[in-house]
Design a protein around this ligand. Sequence first.
Ligand code: ZN
Length: 328
Amino acid sequence: MAEMPMRFKRFRRIRMTEPLRSMVRETELSTNDLIYPLFVVPGKGIRKEVSSMPGVYQLSVDMIVRECAEVQSLGIPAVILFGIPEQKDEVGSGAYDEQGIVQTAIRAIKKDVPGLIVITDVCLCEYTSHGHCGIVRDDQIVNDESVRLLMREALTHAQAGADMVAPSDMFDGRVAAIRSVLDENGFTTLPIMSYAAKYASGFYGPFRDAAESAPKFGDRRSHQMDQSNADEALREVEQDIAEGADIVMVKPALSYLDVIRRVKDRFGMPTAAYNVSGEYSMIKAAGRNGWLDEPRVMMEVLTSIRRAGADMILTYFAKDAAFVLRSR
Ligand SMILES: [Zn+2]
């Protein structure tokens, strides 16, 4: 029998056992990297599953406090809150109402689960009757007027006790505007996580069921980014950093892993990625049909987002992943 030539490298040597594989592992996913999105609705005792997002619920304030206690007990450091108000109107008044749904939820969570980091989504689309992220005039979503409302929204979140605000609108100049209103009101140490490179994406579909925020006409392409552009994402991120963002986010995650990598390499900033609703629901649906090994694919996806350069991941899988990580 002919001898094997020795001109090749045996990569398999370091893959033969799990202890060896764990020694050379480059990327670790930890519960510390996870942020769990939550949807808060008016009422009491409400825990309503979102039909297009199995395992994700709209929760009333009392129920969200319980959920937050569980999230904390799993070692997940942070939640991000989205609110669905009692009433929607043209100018999204519920977003910047001191007694609004998110403001109320923040106070309740900070009282009962004080160690948990409460991040708030800052946008108007859940609060406007037309479902757009800002004020609409002559079928145009206007920038500066909308930003002024986002400033009020962010300030009421801070006053209610939020630990971090996360503007998701993609209007120009909003990070600087929010930074200045926070600073003027004594919240100089409150960080901003900006949705810096947020793309107009079909993967947001299920979220709009959860947040009841689908636009009644038109779409979000006048403010969210075109999927084809990555250089533009770097310009967006650079500007948000210049305006005062402490953490920059790329959203969605999976179809934009290259953007995450470029953002991380270029700026070296704390970088977040949003593993969005469609990315979640696809895996859930396939798992339920027995087409995929759901926990395995979930961990593969979350690890890929970390490997691409994200320091933290906003994900509906946060609790599921924490269970898997705990059992290892
Ligand atoms: Zn929005």
